[in-house]
Design a protein around this ligand. Structure first.
Ligand code: 8OZ
Length: 370
């Protein structure tokens, strides 16, 4: 039976263990530019089998929160280069999560104060985060406008462009497409946010079209062995809901199977919350079986509220990788601590979003005994 601490080949990447750092939004990139402090933060966590960066906007239109990083401007690419160099200097592996927020944005964050874009002109009942004069606040998202079908190739292009620069300019080991948590691609997937009557709305094949076009474009750019995708079939995050998620997501993973992806990353239940949602049942084993039956060979990464015992049980039941989120915020050496059965530092929610080194790079590692 595989252990969390056994190495594994994931696409083109050789991971020394099966513990991934989940993508975690930290709002510490003023002007969307990654900083030296971010390089230090990721380098501190380089013993993870795989680091997945915080969600990173592929375009100015894809931005939805204050001080989240981007990957479309020269200074942003230079900033990320410092991050990947710092991680590689510690023998780590790091992929960047590619993000377009869709309707989860605010006019203050959009180019020329325009409305955010979405599959349909339906507002998300959720908040975003703005910083004005150094003071952060949560505000309601703005009314979106529906994307014209002629705009969709441009969005696919933005993903492709970001993926290319992520690997060839910034030195990332790969990319993870953010298809989860109620952002653009998840908005297209789910009936609650997608009321389109064109080729991108209605039946499952249409709602999945944009995600699959993006995945094929990214794979065409950097190769399947350097590409992953994150999905969240039933999360209520950012006010999305699908009336029948099981066949939707089984279709998605069947279509992803021939792309030769490095991994599929699945959030079970409500992101950062309960793993079981009574009114939104979902069979994750059936989802993985659908992928495997269609010939999908990528690693199966699970996430949401895992501890060591649950993670080991997941590996025994067919998962290949387990992503830890909050535990990685407060434990830079999480892998060593899990291996040693050591106590974990507690996290401080007050410093999750925004700020500087406090609650970011100042969590202690275990003392090394010489
Ligand atoms: C927390 C705060 C802002 C954004 C996600 C990118 O849920 C996020 C996010 C999380 O995927």
């Amino acid at each position: 039976m595989p252990s969390l601490f056994d190495p594994i080949q994931v696409g083109k990447l050789h991971l020394p263990n099966r513990i991934a750092m989940a993508p975690l939004t930290r709002n510490r990139a003023p002007g969307a530019i990654p900083t030296p402090l971010m390089a230090e933060y990721y380098a501190q966590r380089a013993s993870a089998g795989l680091l997945i960066t915080e969600a990173t906007a592929i375009s100015a239109q894809g931005q939805g929160y204050a001080d989240v990083p981007g990957l479309y401007g020269t200074e942003q690419l230079d900033g990320w280069k410092q991050v990947t160099q710092a991680v590689h200097a510690r023998d780590g592996r790091i992929v960047v999560q590619l993000w377009h927020v869709g309707r989860v944005s605010h006019v203050d964050l959009q180019p020329e104060g325009q409305a955010p874009v979405a599959p349909s002109a339906i507002a998300a009942h959720t908040k975003t985060y703005l910083i004005k004069d150094g003071v952060g606040s949560f505000v309601a998202t703005s009314e979106p406008r529906a994307l014209d079908p002629t705009e969709l190739p441009g969005i696919v292009h933005d993903y492709r462009h970001a993926a290319r620069h992520a690997v060839s300019t910034c030195g990332f080991d790969g990319v993870e497409v953010h298809g989860a948590n109620g952002y653009l691609l998840d908005q297209f997937l789910k009936t609650g946010a997608n009321k389109r009557t064109d080729d991108y709305g209605g039946r499952i094949e249409n709602r999945a079209r944009l995600l699959l076009e993006v995945m094929r474009a990214v794979v065409g750019e950097v190769g399947g062995g350097r590409t992953g995708v994150r999905l969240s079939p039933v999360t209520p995050a950012n006010d999305v809901e699908d009336e029948n998620p099981q066949p939707l997501f089984e279709y998605v993973v069947r279509e992803l199977a021939p792309l030769g992806l490095a991994y599929i990353h699945v959030i079970e239940g409500a992101t950062g919350g309960p793993r079981e949602i009574a009114e939104r049942p979902f069979d994750y084993a059936a989802l993985r079986n659908a992928y495997r039956s269609a010939g999908g060979k990528g690693a199966w990464m699970v996430n949401n509220g895992y501890d060591k015992a649950m993670a080991e049980a997941a590996l025994a039941h067919g998962a290949d990788l387990v992503a830890f989120g909050k535990a990685f915020i407060s434990n830079p050496d999480l892998v060593e601590r899990l291996r040693a059965g050591a106590q974990l530092n507690e996290w401080d929610k007050a410093t999750f979003y925004g700020g500087g080194a406090k609650g970011y790079t100042d969590y202690p590692a275990l003392k090394k005994t010489a």
